[in-house]
Write a protein that binds this ligand. Structure first.
Ligand code: AMP
Length: 180
C-alpha cells in the first residue's frame, strides 16, 4: 500500500496555511498515493483531506473516539478508523504509512514531529520524513536545535536527519522516496 501520512494543525489558521494543506493533499492524490490523516475535518487537517479528495485521492482518517466531536470527525473519509486512545491512533497512523510530511501545526503536530524524527534517529523505523518550513514557521525551533547541537545536547547527525524543505513538491519527493 502506498500511503503518506501528513501531520498538521487542527486549529483555525489563515487562508495561506489552509491552501498549503489543500495543496499537500492534492499533491499526494495526484501522485497516486493514499493520504493517511488524523481523521479530523477542522483547520488544516480538514483542508488537507478535502484537497486530496478533490484531486481524486483515497483518504484514511484515524481518530480517537474522544476527539470525534472536538475535531469534527472526517466522515467523508474513504476509511475512518476510530480508536480507543491517542496512542492507538498514532500507532496506526505510523503503521499504515510509508512516509511522513509535517506541515505547520500546534502542540499535537510538534509532538508528532518529534516522535517521528526521534523514531527514525533511534532506528525504530526507517521511513522518510519531510518537514515543511513554510513561511519560516519552523525556523525558530530549527535555530534552537542548532544551538542545542553546538552546546552538545543534540547530536549533529540527529539534526542532519531532519529533511527541511520549503514547499510541498520537495516534501513529496522525500516522503514518497520509498513508495515505488
Ligand atoms: P495541533 O497541532 O495541536 O493542532 O494538533 C494536530 C493534531 O494532533 C490533532 O489531531 C490532535 O488531536 C493531535 N494531537 C494532539 N496531541 C497529540 C499527541 N500527544 N499525540 C498525537 N497527536 C496529538
Amino acid at each position: 500500500m502506498s500511503a503518506i501520512c501528513v501531520y498538521c494543525a487542527s486549529g483555525p489558521v489563515d487562508k495561506n496555511y489552509l491552501e498549503l494543506a489543500a495543496q499537500t493533499g492534492a499533491a499526494i492524490a495526484g501522485a497516486g498515493h493514499t493520504l493517511v490523516s488524523g481523521g479530523g475535518s477542522v483547520g488544516m487537517m480538514g483542508a488537507l483531506v478535502r484537497g486530496a479528495r478533490a484531486a481524486g485521492g483515497y483518504t484514511i482518517g484515524i481518530i480517537p473516539e474522544h476527539l470525534m466531536r472536538a475535531e469534527v470527525a472526517d466522515t467523508d473519509s474513504d476509511e475512518l478508523i476510530v480508536t480507543d486512545t491517542m496512542r492507538e491512533r498514532k500507532r496506526l497512523m505510523d503503521e499504515l504509512s510509508e512516509g511522513f510530511i509535517i506541515l505547520p501545526g500546534g502542540i499535537g503536530t510538534l509532538e508528532e514531529l518529534f516522535e517521528t524524527w526521534t523514531g527514525g534517529f533511534l532506528g525504530v523505523h526507517s521511513k522518510p520524513m519531510a518537514l515543511v518550513n513554510y513561511d519560516d514557521f519552523y525556523t525558530p525551533i530549527l535555530a534552537w536545535l542548532a544551538d542545542l547541537t553546538t552546546r552538545g545536547f543534540v547530536a549533529r547527525h540527529a539534526v542532519d536527519r531532519l529533511q527541511v524543505v520549503g514547499d510541498v513538491g520537495a516534501a513529496l519527493a522525500i516522503a514518497d522516496s520509498t513508495v515505488r
